[in-house]
Design a protein around this ligand. Structure first.
Ligand SMILES: *Cc1c(COP(=O)(O)O)cnc(C)c1O
Length: 384
């Protein structure tokens, strides 16, 4: 009786929901499933962050509507964090806003700047929200293929002139989900220059900005000296501090873009619960040792998974960042995922779920203990 809007019909079902249904079926059959599918950290939020929330939640003044842009103290803690970790200066009053997780901000950005028929440049493969938010705002996606030959960076020269003219936003995401590729200074400069030349908003999703392995430090796009002219960077406490369920992130960078996003948000939500922001402040002002230790754990797991996959003959490299391993499997990625779920009880994410260009790859998430990952490798050895 109630037909979905044309817009919603253009958005495919959320991939992870389908995988979840397949997994539930296996569990119901009594299989001990190893889930390397969803990118949700298995380790707990650090204690000092939890305690900060516990204290704050009892305070009556923290139980009211928060401000739309986030508590000044939270925004100041973001600014201190960027200074300390990246050497970047952010004005907490004008260049930072709190988000209900970075996904929320990414999903709302096109509503602020995209008119019917405008292009949004979307990486393929990529986090599905870039495409969905483009469609919800009435925009058209122009897909930028990310290929192994180009280190999973888009070829900006290949974007046609007419698309450049009608493009409002370019989404980029480094360290990248799902390919775990990284962006270095030269590419960042070319992306910033491209967006300045073509008057395009550079929306950089930096959710894995603190998941650098073997001492590698992923670059913020705001490290580029001209980036503030066109860039909004989305960041999150979800992956950095194992806080996916808390729903807190932030956007920072160009004042005008941040303000545009805030205008949408003031009409949609009423900010982040202040007790959660207190937890965020404790996280961002806390010791960086937690970040190092977290990354050390992922690196150890990565070594077990990648070495095991290599032994089995898969073409796979050790990522320098993120907690994903992007593995070439050839052929249909869905068939491969079904095969390892059926034959070994292992959940992985088919590359095609991130876009046409992700076909032939599977993404494994390093969000299980090294013992469990070693067990997954044993099961795969029996299967292949
Ligand atoms: C996890 C993730 C996010 C969103 O995280 P939030 O929990 O909404 O802050 C954004 N982008 C990418 C690429 C992610 O993998």
């Amino acid at each position: 009786m109630f037909e979905l809007s044309e817009r919603m019909k253009r958005i495919p079902p959320y991939l992870f929901a389908e995988i979840d249904a397949m997994k539930k079926k296996k569990l119901a059959e009594g299989v001990k499933v190893i889930d390397l599918g969803v990118g949700d950290p298995d380790l707990p939020t650090p204690k000092h962050i939890v305690s900060a929330m516990q204290k704050a939640v009892e305070r009556a003044d923290r139980q009211k509507y928060p401000s739309y842009e986030g508590m000044l103290e939270f925004r100041e803690s973001v600014s201190e964090f960027y200074k300390r970790r990246k050497g970047i200066n952010l004005d907490p009053q004008k260049e930072v806003i709190a988000l209900i997780g970075s996904k929320e901000g990414i999903a709302h950005l096109p509503l602020a700047f995209v008119n019917e028929g405008d292009y949004v440049l979307v990486p393929d493969p990529g986090y599905p929200v870039y495409y969905a938010s483009t469609v919800m705002a009435g925009g058209r996606a122009f897909f930028m293929p990310l290929n192994a030959e180009n280190s999973f960076l888009p070829d900006l020269e290949a974007i046609p002139e007419d698309v450049r003219k009608k493009a409002k936003i370019m989404f980029l995401n480094y360290p990248n989900n799902p390919t775990s590729a990284i962006a270095e200074k030269d590419f960042i400069k070319s992306a910033v220059d491209f967006c300045i030349d073509n008057k395009i908003i550079l929306a950089h999703d930096y959710a894995y900005g603190e998941i650098g392995l073997d001492g590698y430090r992923p670059k913020s796009f705001l490290e580029n000296k001209n980036a503030f002219e066109v860039t909004i960077e989305f960041n999150s406490l979800s992956k950095t501090y194992n806080m996916t369920g808390w729903r807190i992130g932030f956007a920072c960078g160009n004042e005008e873009i941040v303000k545009g996003l805030l205008k949408v948000k003031t009409n949609v939500d009423s900010g982040v619960f202040e007790a959660v922001q207190e937890a965020g402040i404790a996280a961002l002002r806390g010791s960086d040792e937690f970040i190092d230790e977290n990354c050390r754990i992922y690196a150890e797991r990565r070594d077990i998974l990648v070495d095991g996959l290599k032994n089995l003959g898969f073409a796979v490299e050790k990522p320098k960042a993120t907690f994903y391993v992007w593995c070439r499997v050839g052929g249909s990625s869905i068939e491969f995922v079904k095969r390892i779920l059926d034959g070994a009880g292992i959940v992985a994410t088919p590359g095609i779920g991130f876009g046409k260009n992700g076909e032939g790859y599977v993404r494994f998430a390093l969000t299980r203990s090294k013992e469990v990952i070693a067990e997954a490798i044993k099961r795969l050895e029996r299967l292949f």
